[in-house]
Design a protein around this ligand. Structure first.
Ligand code: 5GP
Length: 193
């Protein structure tokens, strides 16, 4: 069991049938050492790819993106939520349906910070239905950039996002995969040897 998996088992709280609350170390209070380790793990997995930018969505992905970008020695860029009039047409944008909030929102990235020359690693805290990843891929494609891979802290394996992305041949690496959350009990996927 890696450090993130241990934390999930010790401090994760199941809300309803399919939401995992990890406010103690990821989504409100941040265990900085744990996130630093995530950056190392993503670097170890994706280090042979020509990544020159780490992309995420605000807010919870930012810390993960920063530690990952630090290891690669490249900038971290976060997509902003909501469309602001003052950015005009100088943005790439996509609509994302939020599984946790039950509403759609727009994510935007300024054209200045993503170009056709970029080789992008997308990182995020959770993968559920894959809507955020889908929105980010639309933005990457609008920019003519290349998606090199996706690094996720916690994938919920009982929701379809992971399978959809892997079926499309995307290099997806999740540090922890939760396979079940029945009656508040968390079951993690065993690692392949
Ligand atoms: P998706 O877009 O893959 O459906 O959902 C991923 C996004 O929704 C993540 O960026 C994350 O913020 C949020 N999310 C999805 N499931 C959970 C969950 O169980 N717990 C928390 N804290 N966030 C989640």
């Amino acid at each position: 069991m890696n450090a993130l998996e241990r934390k999930i088992m010790e401090q994760g709280v199941v809300v309803g049938k399919d939401i995992l609350k990890v406010d103690m170390f990821l989504n409100h209070q941040i265990d900085v050492e744990l996130i630093r380790q995530m950056g190392e793990d993503f670097y170890a997995y994706f280090r042979n790819k020509p990544i020159n930018k780490v992309l995420t969505v605000e807010a919870s992905g930012i810390a993960i993106a920063c530690f990952t970008a630090l290891k690669f020695g490249v900038p971290a860029v976060f997509a902003k939520k909501g469309y602001h009039k003052n950015v005009g047409s100088n943005v790439y944008s996509a609509e994302v349906f939020s599984f946790t909030k039950g509403i759609s929102y727009r994510i935007t990235v300024m054209k200045d910070y993503l170009t056709k020359d970029d080789h992008v690693l997308f990182v995020d805290d959770f993968l559920a239905n894959g809507a955020a990843a889908e929105g980010i891929m639309q933005i990457i494609s609008q920019a003519g950039a290349t998606l090199e891979g996706i690094g996720i802290a916690i994938e919920k394996g009982f929701q379809p996002g992971g399978e959809k992305l892997r079926e499309r041949g995307i290099d997806l690496y999740s540090l922890a995969i939760v396979d079940q959350m029945e009656e508040g009990k968390i079951t993690l996927r065993e690692h392949e040897q």
